[in-house]
Design a protein around this ligand. Structure first.
Ligand SMILES: C[S@@+](CC[C@H](N)C(=O)[O-])C[C@H]1O[C@@H](n2cnc3c(N)ncnc32)[C@H](O)[C@@H]1O
Length: 473
């Protein structure tokens, strides 16, 4: 085998093998998978981290750094792209994607972490030597040295248009969201600059881990005995874990009596369960149940009243996850795989129905760092007919006097109010009921009768809920 270190180099410098830094190599691999295979960071990262731990490459601190590098780079990609663009003399799209990933990782270390400048540059150049080769490492070195000449605030002042000239583009660059997403979120939120800035900033924060103590199966008191656990803000079943809290280490979570669930999702199930009904309250339906978070809470709430839950989900493998989430439910329940737009059940058979429809997920950007870059405005056209179809069938499925909850984890008006208004035009014997009094103590729920939660106001995902009562067959 040839030994390159003995060969004279054109520069006269002796060859030095690049230093292999397992944390940065792993972060790069995760970014490549997200880029190349359209993988989800939250699915790609855990197995990579597990493998690195098993090989003895990593300790807990390394895992935390790798996670921060991947999530931070993906969240801030829009801002970093603008900065990198300003430091190179060709369009960004002409830079090879793996080179761009190394540059973005470097930009994040320089502008978004406390890693000292020289360490951020040299670690990125070493990474480039390992994964790209020496030639491209020189390019990386040159670009990162330019980026290192200013901090994030300084760069943003240079690369974002002034707010006064173009408010949406300014916010898009400063807070790293696609412009169309800024525009859609602002349309839904309303108000001036302060609110939308707070929302966009909240989307870039790591969300807390929140647990649900499924009623009749676990109590919040039990969960609060865990280290670093504090009570939820709004849901009587919620407990929040401080940073580093490991839900998998909690017995009640391991045996399914409790689960990981955002408080916004808990509030949706609670509001539907609290909606006033005329007549019996015996049969509940969750028509889009996978993977089963809301179904598990609804099942437990139904059991407290002696009601049964039918949890239905189109995708068989996701129906399997629902069955797992509901296993051990204290009351009667059934899980089926069925298309909610062509249901096998009889019309008018349920007292309460939830349809938590497939959507763009623009309300859960804190959890899925790559989602904002993957979504396209055209996606709304794909979801629209399905969302309307599922709501129409839900209204067919509920009896007169019963209540349907229409929920999305997107605040986009095309997926929320527009769907509800369109369907109510076609189904005149149904009326919106005010969901706000059903969530006592939760502030700023909007003008009603529907409710919209927000990360920057409630600390939850931006869940939307409309409650609709059927008034005639
Ligand atoms: C937003 S998710 C529901 C989340 C769930 N409620 C929870 O809290 O865990 C929407 C679900 O609807 C399912 N779905 C999509 N099309 C459907 C259809 N036509 N009928 C029933 N379910 C459908 C998707 O597979 C997905 O699991």
């Amino acid at each position: 085998m040839s030994d390159q270190s003995r060969r004279p180099r054109p520069s006269g410098k002796p060859y030095r093998r690049p230093k292999k830094d397992p944390v940065r190599i792993l972060a790069f691999e995760a970014l490549r998978a997200v880029d190349e295979r359209d993988a989800y960071a939250n699915l790609v990262l855990p197995p990579l981290l597990r493998k690195a731990r098993e090989k003895g490459d990593f300790d807990g601190r390394d895992a935390a750094l790798a996670t921060e590098l991947v999530y931070g780079t993906l969240r801030r990609q829009g801002t970093y792209d603008a900065v990198i663009s300003a430091c190179i003399d060709r369009p960004l799209r002409e830079v090879d994607p793996p080179v761009l990933d190394v540059l973005s990782l470097g930009a994040h270390q320089l502008l978004g972490t406390r890693i000292p400048t020289h360490a951020a540059v040299s670690a990125s150049v070493e990474l480039a030597r390992v994964v790209l080769g020496d030639g491209r490492a020189k390019f990386v070195n040159a670009v990162l040295r330019k980026i290192a000449q200013d901090d994030l605030e300084g760069w943003v002042a240079k690369v974002a248009p002034p707010y006064e000239d173009d408010p949406e583009e300014h916010l898009a660059v400063v807070h790293s969201h696609p412009r169309w997403v800024v525009s859609a979120l602002w349309d839904s939120l309303g108000g001036g600059r302060a609110g939308i800035e707070a929302l966009l900033a909240a989307d870039n924060e790591r969300p807390e881990v929140t647990l649900v103590a499924r009623p009749g199966r676990a109590t919040t008191e039990e969960l609060l005995r865990e280290e670093a656990a504090v009570a939820g803000r709004w849901s009587p079943y919620a407990v929040r874990l401080a940073e580093g809290g490991e839900p998998g280490a909690i017995e009640a979570v391991r045996d399914g009596r409790a689960g990981v669930q955002d408080e916004g999702s808990q509030l949706v199930a609670i509001a539907l369960a609290n909606a006033p009904l005329d007549g019996p309250d015996e049969k509940w339906l969750d028509g889009c149940a996978g993977p089963g978070g809301k179904a598990a809470l609804l099942g437990a709430l139904a059991a407290e009243r002696g009601a049964m839950l039918l949890a239905s989900e189109k995708q068989p493998h996701r129906a399997g996850l629902v069955a797992k989430a509901l296993a051990g439910n204290p009351g009667p329940y059934q899980v089926i795989a069925a298309d909610g737009t062509q249901p096998p059940w009889r019309a008018g058979s349920f007292d309460r129905v939830l349809v938590d429809v497939p959507c763009t997920g623009l309300g859960a950007l804190r959890r899925r760092p790559e989602a904002r870059w993957r979504r396209r405005p055209e996606d709304l056209e794909g979801f629209g007919p399905l969302q309307r179809g599922l709501l129409r069938t839900a209204l067919d499925s509920v009896r007169v006097g019963g209540v349907v909850g229409y929920a999305t984890c997107s605040p986009h008006l095309a997926e929320t109010r527009a769907v509800v208004q369109d369907v109510l035009k076609q189904v005149p014997d149904a009326e919106l009921i005010d969901a706000r009094p059903l969530l006592p103590g939760v502030p700023e729920l909007g003008e009603g009768p529907d409710v919209q939660l927000w990360p920057h106001v409630h600390g939850t995902d931006a869940m939307y809920l409309a409650l609709i009562r059927k008034t005639a067959p």
